[in-house]
Write a protein that binds this ligand. Structure first.
Ligand code: ASP
Ligand code: MG
Length: 324
């Protein structure tokens, strides 16, 4: 039997109605003869609320206690989802990070996973149970709760996929997959069907809040295809894997980080300067002053001396993604 790892983000589990949809998705996959491990985030804005509650008590909350507090968000979702599945007569169990065997280092709020002891999860799966794991958390060597950093449930999911030798990891959210740019800043963005780990890592590291960059690194290290897709439709989503095209230049994404840094992500930039020329033309036409430019195999990153308007992002998107 195949073990499938699913991860549901905060907006996918925000209320009872959405939890029901998630439960149904899990049931469908389970009925197709799969073992299911579902990793969940905190519901909606729960983590933000917990952090602001902590900050209203203390300007600089104690890091150990802050992790003890914020980790509760994911635990609420996990137990609710397990309860819902049980009420629908499906055998499910929720596990916290430590019950799932996730051991981290001691760095509160940005802990790194050191090891995963999968014996409890495997035992539950072998008993036919659907296992729901609270994302974003683990325990350190003192058994204190730690968290993996904002967005860390993605990392929990891919790390579990690696530890359980799963063939793929599905990251469900409220968007259809990874887009060519931020749809809130650029019109005519398109969903990317396939992207390499390297390219995805650049997109995540340049600040696009689509996937936790550490989950992409784990995916690459253990060669686990990651599929980013929507909880609310059956579109195929974006496949993140080690597949790359043999030759040629393809621009996959444009991302703006902070106010004056733009990164163009894709492949083949070192051996083809057509894209570079197009970018430079747009920059010259708009009289923008460059402070620094960095070109690698997968990225052209430009830092400007002044604030870059989203219209530049739009123009670049039009010229080097839409028209190619
Ligand atoms: N709930 C955590 C956050 O909001 C972790 C996650 O959702 O992945 O950052
Ligand atoms: Mg996220």
């Amino acid at each position: 039997m195949n073990t499938i790892i699913l991860k549901f983000g905060g907006s996918s589990v925000a209320n009872d109605e959405k939890l029901n949809l998630v439960a149904q998705k899990i049931i469908n996959l389970y009925n197709n003869n799969n073992k299911i491990v579902a990793v969940v985030s905190a519901q909606g804005k729960t983590t933000d609320h917990l952090i602001s509650e902590a900050k209203s008590l203390s300007i600089c909350p104690n890091p150990r206690e802050l992790d003890a507090l914020v980790s509760i968000g994911e635990q609420i979702t996990a137990s609710k989802l397990a309860m819902l599945l049980l009420a629908k007569n499906y055998n499910a169990i929720s596990l916290t990070g430590w019950q799932a065997g996730i051991v981290t280092d001691d760095i509160n709020q940005s802990a790194i996973i050191k090891s995963i002891n999968t014996s409890r999860i495997n035992q539950e799966l072998d008993n036919g149970k659907i296992v729901i794991v609270a994302g974003f958390q683990g325990v350190n060597s003192k058994n204190d709760v730690t968290t993996l950093g904002r967005g860390g449930s993605d990392t929990t999911a891919v790390a579990l996929a690696a530890a359980l030798n799963s063939k793929s990891c599905y990251i469900y959210s409220d968007v259809d997959g990874i887009y060519t740019s931020d749809p809130n800043k650029v019109t005519n963005t398109k969903k990317i069907d396939e992207i390499s780990y390297d390219e995805m890592l650049e997109i995540s590291s340049e600040g696009a809040k689509v996937l936790h960059n550490r989950c992409v690194e784990i995916g690459e290290k253990y060669n686990i295809p990651i599929i980013a897709k929507s909880t609310f439709n059956d579109e195929p989503g974006t496949l993140i894997s080690n597949k790359t095209q043999i030759e040629g230049t393809v621009v996959k994404n444009i991302v703006k980080k902070e106010i004056s840094r733009l990164s163009i992500i894709g492949n083949g930039f070192m051996s083809n300067n057509e894209i570079y020329k197009k970018i430079m033309n747009i920059i010259e036409k708009n009289n923008l002053d460059i402070l620094n430019i960095d070109i690698t195999r997968t990225k052209i990153a430009i830092v400007f001396k002044t604030v870059v308007d989203n219209t530049i992002l739009q123009e670049l998107h039009k010229e080097i993604i839409e028209q190619i």
